[in-house]
Design a protein around this ligand. Sequence first.
Ligand code: ATP
Ligand code: MG
Length: 314
Amino acid sequence: MVITVSMNPAIDKTVDIPCLQPGGLNRISRVEYDAGGKGINVSKTIRELGGESIAMGFLGGNAGKTIENVLNEKQIRHDFIWVNGETRTNTKVFETNGAVTELNEPGPVITKEQVGALLEKLSGYAAENTLFILAGSIPNSVDKDIYARITRLVHEQGAKVLMDADGELFRNALAAGPDMIKPNRVELEEYAGFDYRASDEELFHIAKKLMEEGVRTAAVSMGKSGAMFVRPGYAVKCPALSVKAHSTVGAGDAMVAALAYAWDQKLGDEETVRLCMAASAGAVTTVGTKPPARELVDSLMEQVIIEKMEDQSL
Ligand SMILES: Nc1ncnc2c1ncn2[C@@H]1O[C@H](COP(=O)(O)OP(=O)(O)OP(=O)(O)O)[C@@H](O)[C@H]1O
Ligand SMILES: [Mg+2]
């Protein structure tokens, strides 16, 4: 069973305005709402791939209800802690000239008691066949070591953790030894203190070092340069698939979803890599963070090229 943890979910609101007039009346020509946040996006993609997950975390107010409705419609199981205040609505204003203005809400304040209640709930699901996905940012009111705490807690019951976060959250969570990680190039460079663009060899070296922290699978995504997959005894690199790019936002989330689905279905290394490359490339062809259709992912899987990395000394 896969569980996605959304500490800070959001409704993504997209509005079109011909030309934004600051300080004036702006008439919206088109508006669209979607349930978002990394955890929710991962749950949606797992569903599209044909798998199951339970979406957990915090929800509040009418925006929270809307997210719950979307999950119900898509037949995604969920078990959230309800909090006072309103789940975030993040607005993206698109102008005809291509300019995008973002307006992000702060989201509800989460108390220590509510964090405690979430930990207890998560712990109730933790077992050897459970994978927890800790992805995305957290509310300001929550301590930056929360992913490390969850990792330690669920590890006690034999559960696994897939972590996709950046900065301090990433660094702190690593100390608790997550089983799988999916950093992108920049996140890994930042972590390693590089102030220049790392070569593939350098990224591979950092990924190998992370194995010493307890990581068992590192999927390093490199945008349109593809991805690298490193685990003990297995290290490969794949060029990105050639697809018509529409929106690269959420491509990383699709890769996280594919990794989790593959783990749940006990797929082998090669099939896992193919699925990760195909799902993420498929996500690039869709609008916003909309998951790619399973049929498209299946056809893209056949096109994945897997190159062994030189150094297999793991
Ligand atoms: N232009 C592209 N063409 C084909 N595949 C792409 C392209 N951009 C990204 N991908 C695929 O998606 C994967 C993840 O992309 P990326 O490294 O940008 O993730 P990310 O920065 O974590 O994204 P996000 O956090 O916005 O979801 C890449 O490894 C690659 O397989
Ligand atoms: Mg990412």
